[in-house]
Design a binder for this molecule. Structure first.
Ligand code: SF4
Length: 567
């Protein structure tokens, strides 16, 4: 407890004032609108800097493109004034807000803000939703502070072309001032407000994929019903692979053009690209690079042979709290996470073997179950690594049991236990390539969420090693990477013609790489039923979901991370 004396400022300290405190940034009026819609949405956007487009926001942006160009000036208020100004910006230190008003109509000594909205009027007596009223009231208060009388505002609904007049009453003014104060207070909190429970607002929310309201509420026992399938909508965008010496990616108007050295160029829409994976000597023009960075589409660079070199992306996300937690996790907390990654991986390895083995492998299954039991009790990371290594040896010794006997490869040469750098047989070449793809995907994902992909909890940091992505990859290695290798070989999609020997190692040919990428992408599209949420989702969505759960654990929104395991 702090006593009265403790709070007394010493004379010397009082004589030397410290630096001026940084003023809090002004809140944009549209952020207060978001706060009134959902305090969590406001926090995710304003404090954590998250943004995602959905059809509604894209339509809104399109609408505002037409009204966002400043035009006209603000006249001195007075009789006979009849004038409009577009994209009119006003700020107030007193109110702590700023706004860009779509249109202001000046009439004598009064001003009337007009806010453009997509859609149609609300089916309520006021014909305008509360967040819209508050946003308009902020604009009115700013105009009043600038010296104009402002008794009403207008919302123009683009879909129906209707103008709805909103009186700026003392009640609305009080409601608006209270919303501004609460939004500022919320922005100063270390934690995001919890998700709304069963709210009809969530399906229309652009950040539903980040927020995961039903999933978090279920895991937090705030709701019991099975989650609505709010976030399983597949993103339309897919990775763009640039393969083949001399392939170019350039910009042409609103499209990207992929031009292979020999072959027809292809046009691609920006919204169809989730990230670019550039293999070997390919070229990306400056304008294409700028456009990718501007739309926050990362570029993963890989050697021609498929070694992951790094990532080009724009500025780091604003989610500093997440990175701070990532770097300040205690040893015991990091060990708990590492344990979860390792246990999920071993259990998924065991399931894969149990489902696909063509021979008796009972003892291996027992050994893996024993490794899981020991991992649960591992007192430190080194012991855990030892257990994981033991499990990996058991698993890879049994790996050939999942491959067809009659594969068209030289017997004995196909697989000689797990090895790498260079992979000394075709299976290892495929496994290494599959792990690289998985790591690349999780590096991109981790960065998009706001993590530093190079700081992990199980894999030690090492120059250029995306340790966090490797941590996240553990549970998915058997489910995605190993499974793709088995499918590609057993289906005969990868044959001996797709691999070649170079010195002591094996590598894939360009054609082999393309073929393997198709099998890999097909696996990501494959749907499974989530054992906990009981809805169907693709592995691609799962690669998005699990890092988000990890972020929720680090930010204190969830008590513990759960690895994804199939039965
Ligand atoms: S999904 Fe729902 S709870 Fe989450 S931010 Fe959006 S409106 Fe709020």
């Amino acid at each position: 407890m702090i006593s009265r004396e403790d709070r007394t400022i010493p004379r010397e300290a009082a004589a030397e004032p410290g630096p001026e405190p940084e003023p809090a940034p002004l809140l944009p009026a549209r952020m207060v609108n978001e706060f009134v819609y959902c305090p969590r949405l406001f926090y995710l956007e304003w404090v954590r800097g998250l943004w995602a487009d959905n059809d509604d926001t894209a339509e809104g942006t399109d609408l505002h493109r037409r009204v966002d160009t400043p035009a006209g000036t603000a006249p001195e208020p007075g009789p006979g004034v009849r004038q409009v100004a577009r994209a009119f910006e006003l700020s107030s230190e007193t109110l702590g807000v700023t706004a860009k008003i779509d249109l202001v109509e000046f009439l004598d000594d009064a001003a009337r803000p007009v806010d453009y909205k997509r859609g149609r009027p609300a089916p309520t007596p006021a014909r305008v939703w509360e967040p819209e009223q508050v946003q308009l009231a902020i604009q009115a208060l700013l105009l009043r502070e600038a010296g104009y009388q402002c008794r009403e505002g207008v919302i123009y609904f683009a879909e129906t072309g209707e103008r709805v007049t909103v009186p700026i009453t003392p009640e609305l003014e009080q409601q608006t001032l209270a919303a501004i104060a609460r939004a500022r207070e919320t922005a100063g909190q270390p934690d995001a407000p919890p998700p709304l429970v069963d709210s009809p607002k969530c399906p229309a929310c652009a950040l539903v994929g980040y927020c995961m309201p039903d999933e978090l509420n279920l895991l937090l026992h705030r709701r019991t019903a099975r989650p609505r399938t709010l976030i399983t909508r597949e993103p339309a965008a897919r990775p763009l692979y640039l393969i083949g010496y001399g392939t170019q990616l350039r910009k042409d108007g609103n499209h990207f053009i992929v031009a292979p050295r020999d072959g027809e160029p292809t046009r691609i829409r920006p919204i169809d690209i989730s990230h670019v994976a550039a293999f070997g000597t390919v070229t990306i023009s400056t304008s294409a690079l700028h456009a990718l960075l501007a739309q926050e589409t990362p570029i993963a660079w890989l050697t021609r042979g498929g070694r992951f070199l790094g990532l080009t992306s724009g500025l780091m996300g604003k989610n500093i709290q997440l990175r701070r937690r990532q770097f300040t996790l205690t040893e015991p907390e990091a060990l708990e996470l590492a344990r979860t990654f390792v246990i999920a991986k071993i259990r998924n390895q065991r399931t894969l073997l149990r489902r696909n083995s063509r021979f008796e492998i009972g003892r291996t299954l027992e050994g893996l179950a024993d490794a899981v039991a020991r991992a649960r009790l591992a007192p430190d990371s080194d012991t855990l690594r030892g257990i994981e290594g033991y499990a990996a040896r058991l698993y890879f010794n049994a790996f050939p049991a999942m491959l067809r006997r009659d594969l068209p490869f030289t017997p004995g040469d196909l697989f000689r236990g797990r090895n790498r750098r260079p992979p000394r047989d075709p299976v290892n070449a495929l496994l290494s390539f599959a792990y690289t793809l998985l790591t690349k995907d999780l590096t991109v994902q981790a960065q998009l969420i706001g993590f530093d992909p190079y700081w992990g909890f199980y894999h030690r940091p090492k120059f250029g090693r995306p340790a966090l992505a490797l941590d996240l990859a553990e549970e998915f290695r058997p489910l995605i990477a190993d499974s793709v290798v088995i499918t590609a070989l057993n289906n005969g999609e990868i044959t001996s013609a797709h691999v070649r020997r170079i010195g002591a190692g094996y590598t894939l040919t360009d054609d082999g790489r393309r073929t393997f990428l198709r099998v890999y992408e097909r696996r990501l599209e494959q749907e499974i039923t989530h054992p906990r949420f009981r809805y169907r989702l693709s592995y691609r969505r799962l690669l998005d979901l699990q890092p988000r759960f990890l972020a929720a654990v680090l930010l204190g929104e969830l008590p513990a991370y759960q690895g994804f395991e199939t039965r």
